[in-house]
Design a protein around this ligand. Structure first.
Ligand code: GTP
Ligand code: MG
Length: 776
């Protein structure tokens, strides 16, 4: 990613450990664990919001809670907007800046150094008697999973846009994720102060690219350098930010009705925009349509603002349209109306419907969605409660891990500081201390008995009388799909003595970040790190050094290829082994076929011949499927995972004493044989590439792309820039950021995202084989 790395001298910045200090607020029994900079030159975050607001924060009524995510393309201004929200709601006393590395939510050292968000950070604050649990998510494509697992537990989202760029590549990705989780959204057109900022362009781009209906709730007053405020179309009030004598922090603004005499043109524009808004909403909401066509058909001006607002709320919750607001977070304009819109138009937790809640009645049902490792307190697990309540010092049951664990403390997150709370009610999000086994995506209930009775209710509802494993599965709240990594490299500790420490660090990091995979190379015994991109692996490497004090060595970054088959083939295998006094005897016959359709699924599709399914005991099916899945982890040609294959188990006979492990082993070996016979085809990751480049440098970027086996699909215009949309093999993109930077004098940016896997031609495949075998 070519973005200006906003470096700052970090040598002086050191975080005290999270557990090192805490202040006691005796009156309220609420403890605030605080964090300070050890450098006198830096801001001090000793956090002491007033006690009254903290009290109301502990357990607000569910209708007054908003669980919100901020999502967008990299650099759109999510963290800057979040920082302003915290400032205006009174939770920080000075404004931090991403470029100075002192915002609340970008608190990791790597984030502060690089000026980018790497992990999502949760903050809690109050706005006008509403409690907002907000998660600031990263925009870099390598951390897409981080966004999705947060969206999974949120009820609404704010999509932030750079008003000079409109919809950018990663916004499209996270927008689709929000669609998948059916999350109502608001759009915030940020950076209205920027040269080339264009409200009209950004709105058009939302319409075209996101295929959604934008509801314009505001119009900007001025654009770029002249941007100074906005008009609320619903109330027809103008809001102007005027710097006060010494401060320009945007706290103070003037809000008054817009009169025709103030600006006749703007007045007319607002009038037209309001009529359009009313028509749009009436088209989408019958209740409002009745009102508009009845009482107010003669004069839309008389429609009360609150009626229009309620209708906008209904269509937003039903995801029929998306309210659009604008502002400039950096210049402190437009954030307070955005906060009002969050409370007004986005849903409370009880306005979202979750089918599984009926099975729990009022029993606890919660989802663990993020894990952080704290050196002193061990794993801190973020939990969203859907029903029932959680208390400190209580035991809970993890359905995924089938284990009972104990929660010792409950904390409200405020970026890297936490406030201890006595209970957690439905719809709320908090951090738990004490859970040792629970990981991202696990479902937490009060006890095993509660899980069993919920499973029975689920079984009854779905028409199955008896409890089966699928009932338990239906109790598991869907986690997020973890994409397969595209890059890998070896990682070596400085000495063998440090291997154990490294293994420990990696297992902690994996619990925090499920997109990081760690494997052992069976041939060399080396540890292999697999990640989502170059930046992802670089950050992990850096964290191992800084957080775990281990200086590791990374091997060269390699592409995670895949293997598939060219033809159908059959194989048989016999396993005959006597262990102790038991004879294990299995024979099996398998057929493999290339899967040409339904390539969304990468795992093997497994079928059984009629003759097998009739006699196959149910519990043996798991062993067979394990054998097939294990065999697909390492393909027979280069050891890359095998995908896009269908497998039919044509026969399986066994001696009654045979263990399931032996059945798995025999099936696995038989499949390897069949795969070899079927002819292996190597697949390479094909990436969607989007380059934003000025007209002057377009031809240089295109010429370079042609050298990289890239195929240009489209060249779009984005204001004065061009956006090249292309598909290019990942193998050709190593070190691309440096090349593009020098070709375009640092003016271009790009994003890269996995599109699909494509077959290598036979020359490329044999060249790759030779390289892997060290022949060239
Ligand atoms: N001109 C202008 N710049 C802004 C505005 N908001 C943010 N920026 C700048 O844009 C850059 C990125 O801001 P961030 O808040 O880090 O953006 P982000 O969306 O959180 O970025 P990632 O988390 O890394 O995806 C910084 O240099 C900000 O100072 C704005 O309203 N106007
Ligand atoms: Mg950020």
């Amino acid at each position: 990613m070519l973005r200006t790395m906003r470096k700052l001298p970090m040598s002086a910045l050191k975080l005290t450990s999270l557990c090192s200090e805490h202040a006691c607020f005796r009156k309220t029994k609420i403890r605030v664990l605080s964090l300070t900079w050890q450098n006198t030159g830096q801001r001090n975050y000793s956090y002491s919001p007033d006690v009254k607001s903290l009290r109301s924060v502990v357990n607000p009524h569910i209708s007054r809670i908003r669980n919100i995510g901020i999502m967008a393309h990299i650099d759109a201004g999510k963290t800057t907007t979040t920082e302003r929200m915290l400032y205006y709601s009174g939770y920080i006393r000075t404004l931090g800046d991403v470029d100075d590395g002192d915002t609340v939510t970008d608190f990791m050292v790597q984030e502060r150094e690089r000026g980018i968000t790497i992990q999502s950070a949760a903050v809690t604050f109050d706005w006008n008697d509403y409690r907002i649990n907000l998660i600031d998510t990263p925009g870099h494509v390598d951390f897409t999973l981080e966004v999705e697992r947060c969206l999974r537990v949120l009820d609404g989202a704010v999509a932030v846009f750079d008003a000079s760029a409109g919809v950018e590549a990663q916004t499209l990705t996270v927008w689709r994720q929000a669609d998948k989780h059916q999350i109502p959204r608001i759009c915030f057109l940020n950076k209205m102060d920027k040269t080339r900022a264009s409200f009209t362009y950004a709105v058009e781009s939302i319409k075209q690219k996101l295929k959604t209906k934008p509801l314009l709730l505001q119009l900007p007053i001025g654009e770029a350098k002249t941007f100074r405020g906005l008009v609320d179309i619903v109330t027809k009030e103008q809001i102007i930010w005027k710097p006060t004598s010494d401060m320009d922090d945007g706290k103070h603004f003037e809000q008054k009705p817009l009169l025709e005499t103030d600006d006749p043109n703007l007045f007319q524009e607002v009038q037209d925009a309001r009529n359009t808004l009313i028509e749009q909403v009436a088209d989408l909401d019958d209740e409002f349509a009745e009102l508009v066509l009845g009482e107010y058909s003669e004069n839309f001006d008389l429609i009360p603002a609150d009626k229009l607002q309620s209708a906008i709320r209904r269509v937003t919750l039903a995801q029929k349209a998306v309210p659009v607001l604008c502002g400039s977070a950096l210049k402190n304009k437009g954030v307070q109306p955005l906060l009002d819109a969050i409370t007004m138009y986005l849903p409370a937790p009880n306005e979202r419907s979750y089918e599984f809640l009926q099975w729990y009645k009022d029993d606890l049902c919660a989802l663990a969605f993020k894990v952080l490792h704290d050196k002193c307190r061990g794993p801190l697990v973020f939990i969203r409660v859907y029903s029932g309540s959680l208390k400190p010092q209580s035991a809970v049951y993890n359905i995924n891990k089938s284990c009972t664990e104990r929660i010792s403390r409950l904390l409200l997150p405020f970026a890297d500081q936490q406030i201890e709370i006595p209970s957690l009610m439905p719809g709320n999000i908090a951090l738990t201390v004490g859970l040792k086994q629970s990981a991202t995506g696990d479902t937490i209930v009060s006890s095993k008995a509660s899980a069993v009775s919920a499973a029975q209710r689920a079984g009854r509802d779905t028409g199955r009388g008896r409890r089966s494993s699928s009932d338990v599965e239906s109790l598991l709240l869907a986690g997020v799909e973890i994409p397969e990594p595209v890059f890998f490299c070896t990682i070596e500790p400085p000495s063998m003595a440090k291997q154990q420490d490294l293994d420990n660090a990696l297992s902690c990091l994996q619990r925090e970040d499920p997109s990081l995979k760690v494997k052992l190379d069976p041939d060399t015994g080396q540890t292999i790190l697999c990640g989502m991109g170059e930046l992802h692996i670089e950050i992990i490497h850096d964290r191992i050094k800084r957080e775990y004090g281990i200086e590791t060595y990374l091997g060269p970054l390699q592409i995670a290829y895949r293997e598939t088959i060219l033809n159908a083939a059959q194989a048989t295998d016999v396993l005959d082994k006597t262990v102790g006094d038991k004879r294990h005897f299995v024979t099996t016959e398998l057929e493999v076929r290339p899967r040409l359709v339904d390539r969304a699924m990468t795992k093997p599709a497994i079928e059984y011949a009629e003759s097998v399914i009739e006699v196959l005991p149910k519990d043996l099916q798991g062993a067979i499927e394990n054998g097939i899945t294990n065999s697909c982890i390492q393909g027979p040609l280069l050891g890359f995972p095998v995908q896009y294959i269908d497998v039919t188990v044509q026969s399986l006979t066994m001696h009654p004493d045979t263990s399931h492990t032996m059945v798995s082993a025999c099936v696995s070996r038989c499949l390897q044989k069949a795969l070899k016979k079927a002819g292996i085809q190597v697949l390479e990751p094909l990436m969607n590439l989007e380059i934003t480049v000025s007209e002057d440098h377009l031809s240089a970027a295109l010429a370079d792309l042609a050298q990289r086996r890239g195929s240009v699909q489209e060249i779009q215009s984005r204001q004065d820039n061009r956006v090249v949309v292309a598909a290019v093999p990942l193998a050709e993109m190593m070190g691309y950021s440096t090349v593009l930077r020098s070709l375009t004098s640092g003016s271009a940016t790009f994003t890269l995202e996995l599109a699909s896997y494509q077959a290598l031609n036979s020359q490329e495949q044999s060249a790759l084989l030779q390289r892997k075998m060290g022949l060239v």
